[in-house]
Design a protein around this ligand. Structure first.
Ligand SMILES: [Mg+2]
Length: 372
């Protein structure tokens, strides 16, 4: 029998490692895994060597698992297809939660209709936001194309302004600012975001005549990662750094007291909102596994920040490389946590945030330590 996931790839339901796929259904479904991606399954775009065997071990044992990343800036389908092809294991788009995935709730519940999405390559974040169901999605680049003097030192190429920007109705207000991913032009994004936060009810080019810690339009950051590792020898600033800049400038403009701060919402690991969302999705994925519906594309939409009642799991294991996000979030939420040596963490620097399930050389060692 063949199981085909949404990636279009086919894998045989075989006896693997001497374990029969079907016979394990009842055995392992009371535990679940939540896996980070960068530093756990991939390093940059390169697969971590043990990732394939680890995922196959979970699939063969029918242990429900999902991926939980603070990354984003493209559709869940695009990202899972990339991961699946790099590692060589079929995965479903229902098995991934990016930092901004819970924002879909705002679209489906019609909390916000016209949003400004910030961050990511080109206009991929816009495509993702439309996929969530937002009625109108604008980006800072749209306002630059409409009037370049809004950001006099912007770095958008002529090609990008033609291809990635769209015509906007500047008289229409936006309902919210959603930061999907790291800023690609921090100067433009900072300027345009601040303009809207201090505008008259979300209309570009206007300025309200009062000061407040309450912005004119809500701003939601999809993660709070201050830095992230790349090929450079020192970590680089991420979305958390952008948030600090926005807050500092907002404080200055609004002359806030030391006790006051810009009111905002932050999603992503290590915050409970993300773990609650992941918990619901993992429960749903377990149901699909038990009913052999792994090819289903029917997605549940969990309520924001509500803990599932009657979880079928006796234990959920979070596997990650970042103590400050993966491990802290899991520990705070009451999950078991397993820290890996294949990413951000290293033994030399150590960590004060200790994983409950130990520190492991790689994901395969971590998974085996649990299944054993
Ligand atoms: Mg990571």
């Amino acid at each position: 029998m063949l199981a085909k996931f949404a990636t279009g790839r086919v894998f045989p339901r075989v006896r693997c490692l001497g374990i029969n796929y079907r016979s394990q259904i009842r055995l392992k479904s009371d535990i679940g895994f939540v896996l980070d991606i960068d530093g756990v399954l991939l390093r940059g775009s390169e697969p971590i060597p043990q990732a394939k065997e680890a995922l196959e071990l979970l699939q063969v044992n029918k242990v429900p698992f999902i991926l939980l990343t603070n990354g984003g800036g493209l559709t869940e389908k695009s990202r899972i297809e990339f991961i699946s092809s790099r590692i060589g294991v079929p995965l479903s788009p229902l098995q991934i939660i990016q930092s901004h995935t819970p924002m879909k709730t705002y679209a489906v519940n019609k909390t916000y209709q016209r949003v400004m999405v910030v961050g990511g390559v080109g206009d991929r974040s816009r495509e993702c936001a439309y996929g969530y169901g937002f009625k109108d999605v604008v980006m800072p680049i749209d306002y630059v194309r409409q009037n370049p003097s809004i950001s006099p030192y912007h770095n958008f190429s002529k090609d990008s302004l033609e291809k990635d920007a769209k015509d906007v109705d500047v008289s229409s207000a936006i309902d919210a600012i959603l930061v999907f991913h790291d800023s690609r032009d921090m100067s433009t994004d900072t300027q345009v975001i601040l303009d809207f936060l201090n505008s008259e009810n979300g209309v570009v080019g206007t300025k309200r005549n009062f000061k407040s810690s309450e912005p004119s339009v809500p701003i939601i950051f999809s993660n709070n990662d201050f830095v992230w590792p790349n090929k450079y020898n020192l970590p680089r600033f991420g979305q958390g750094a952008l948030r600090i800049m926005i807050e500092a400038l907002y404080r200055e403009v609004n002359q806030l007291k030391p006790s006051e701060n810009l009111k905002s919402t932050i999603m992503g690991k290590p915050f409970p909102v993300q773990y609650n969302f992941a918990h619901h999705v993992l429960i749903d994925w377990r149901e699909k596994l038990l009913k052999n519906q792994v090819n289903s594309l029917e997605q549940i939409l969990p309520p924001l920040d509500s803990e599932p009642k009657n979880s079928p799991f006796s234990k959920i294991y979070m596997v990650g490389d970042n103590p400050a996000s993966d491990i802290k979030g899991a520990n705070d939420y009451g999950w078991e946590s397993l820290l890996l040596r294949t990413g951000v963490y290293n033994d030399r620097e150590g960590t004060d945030i200790l994983p409950t399930g130990g520190i492991h050389d790689n994901i395969l060692a971590a998974v085996k330590s649990v299944l054993r």
